[in-house]
Design a protein around this ligand. Structure first.
Ligand code: KIV
Ligand code: ZN
Length: 502
């Protein structure tokens, strides 16, 4: 049996379905570049029929990548498949991913169709997709709750129809690892043409079992895993790529000679970039990529690690690219050093954007003694967002103090027109948000506000993450600055700017 496990990343599709995680085209492209560099085999870039924005993002990613296969999702409907094929037309290597639910519960209540009809539609859709693209994946949605004999039948039929990958999704994160391993084992034993396709798995994390389920499937013959960076995704998320890859690498005694193409040394960097661009912070105790994943607090552990690292470390931090603060630049660093650092972080910017980012770096270096990798990622993140921002902050003033009603004056630019409004509020941030609402005309409610520091030290960049309800949408925003009120304004504005695209 083939010993390569294909990594199918769906950060840009299922990951982006996480509530609040909306990415603009340039942010998606940046993530796609990072995933390609990381060694991902297949990148699911979106669901082209779902919106104009998704269509053009898939098209942009398809046009820009050279090595990774770019995939577009489609329901088992002609117009979806046409949209996916059209968005992928310029890809160096493309895949159409067709899905149709097969569990009794989905067929009865959602699709209102009987088994025979579902089987017919699946085969028809795969055949149609195959006319447009030689690489077709089929997913029987909610496979883990599908009647087994029907599942074997549909898997066999879609392979006969030309599917080159068949994906077995645990759509609602219901199955348990042993049970899932057995399901994959049974599929191999009951589908006679199974060797003509790659068997893939796609696990959700509703019971916290997505990674364990994926690994159990791999042990039983699955050779593609669908996953996301940091495990982001619908509801409780998808299986986390970094955990799957590092489990396979670390436990070679169990995953005998199985390999992925992932350059593990880039994992931490990509995790941070995805976190910044999606606005989803990584929990400090998150396996592999959390800030505490390699920190030893207890004296006994520290002593053990100093004597022999393997006493308490099963992964060497450098194997996933974990560095406490990353390399350092300062106010005397020039363009060349700046460019080299971005290159090392695999961040590509046009000459014009590079100049702007360099100016921002110099401004930051004037305020802050040392500029770390995470500061640079924050600068580039701001730069990418700034390009597509409708409203931009020009200036603000704030008066606040003991016994004073906080007052703000905020000036924003939209195209070439600048508008200033004043407002009072419960606190300085509230006063600024109210002034912004007056200018943009948006009715928004700040649901969550989190303040942190990008790196350490008194002069660290402040980073604000917000969740804002704008009309019916819940949107995440992020802002960074050495001034925390400015970071708050930027985060709130970022959410408002995203709402024009939501
Ligand atoms: O969770 C799921 O079933 C999906 C399919 C589209 C593969 O995301
Ligand atoms: Zn999913």
């Amino acid at each position: 049996m083939n010993n390569k496990v294909y990594i199918f990343d769906t950060t840009l599709r299922d990951g982006e379905q996480a509530p609040g995680a909306s990415l603009n085209e340039l942010e998606k492209l940046e993530i796609a570049f990072q995933l390609e560099k990381l060694g991902v085999d297949i990148i699911e870039a979106g669901f082209p029929i779902s919106s104009k924005g998704d269509f053009s993002a898939v098209k942009l990613v398809a046009t820009s990548l050279k090595r990774a296969k770019v995939c577009g999702l489609a329901r088992a409907i002609k117009k979806d498949i046409d949209a996916a094929a059209s968005a992928l037309r310029t890809a160096a290597s493309a895949r159409i991913h067709v899905f149709l639910a097969t569990s009794k519960i989905h067929m009865k209540y959602k699709l209102k169709k009987a088994e025979e009809e579902i089987l017919r539609l699946a085969v028809q859709a795969v055949k149609y997709a195959k006319r447009k693209c030689s690489d077709v994946e089929f997913s029987p949605e909610d496979a883990s709750r599908t009647d087994k004999s029907f599942l074997y039948k549909i898997v066999e039929a879609v392979i006969d129809a030309g599917a080159t990958t068949v994906n077995i999704p645990d759509t609602v994160g219901y199955i348990e690892p042993e049970e899932f391993g057995l399901l994959i084992h049974d599929i191999f034993n009951n589908v006679f043409n199974i060797n003509k396709a790659v068997i893939s798995v796609h696990c959700h994390n509703d019971l916290g079992l997505a990674v364990s389920n994926s690994l159990s499937a791999v042990k039983n013959g699955a050779r593609q895993v669908e996953c996301t960076i940091n495990g982001i995704g619908e509801r409780a998320g998808n299986a986390s790529m970094e955990e799957i890859v590092m489990a396979i690498n670390t436990r070679q005694d169990i995953f005998k000679n199985l390999k992925t193409n992932i350059d593990t040394k880039s994992i931490t960097k990509v995790s941070r970039i995805v976190s910044k661009l999606t606005g989803f912070p990584v929990a400090p105790n998150k396996a592999i990529v959390g800030a505490n994943a390699f920190r030893h607090e207890s004296g006994i552990h520290q002593d053990g690690v100093l004597k022999e690292r393997s006493t308490y470390e099963i992964i060497r931090p450098e194997d996933v690219g974990f560095k406490e603060e990353g390399l350092v630049l300062g106010k005397h660093s020039g363009r060349h050093a700046f460019k080299e650092r971005l290159k090392a972080l695999s961040i590509k910017l046009s000459e014009k954007d590079l100049e702007r980012a360099f100016t921002m770096f110099k401004q930051l270096a004037d305020k802050k003694k040392t500029v770390y990798d995470d500061d640079l990622i924050a600068i580039v993140d701001e730069q990418i967002r700034r390009i597509q921002n409708r409203w931009q902050l020009v200036s603000f003033k704030i008066t606040s103090g003991t016994g004073l009603l906080p007052q703000s004056e905020v000036r924003l630019r939209y195209k070439n027109k600048e508008t200033t409004k004043v407002s009072s509020g419960d606190g300085p941030v509230d006063a600024c948000c109210k002034a912004i609402d007056k200018i943009t005309g948006k009715k928004s409610k700040l649901l969550e506000y989190k303040l942190g520091a990008v790196t350490s030290g008194k002069d660290a960049l402040g980073e604000v993450n917000v969740r804002v309800k704008i009309n019916k949408d819940i949107i995440m925003g992020r802002g960074t600055s050495t001034d925390i009120i400015e970071a708050s304004i930027k985060a709130y504005l970022n959410a408002i700017n995203k709402s024009f695209r939501a």
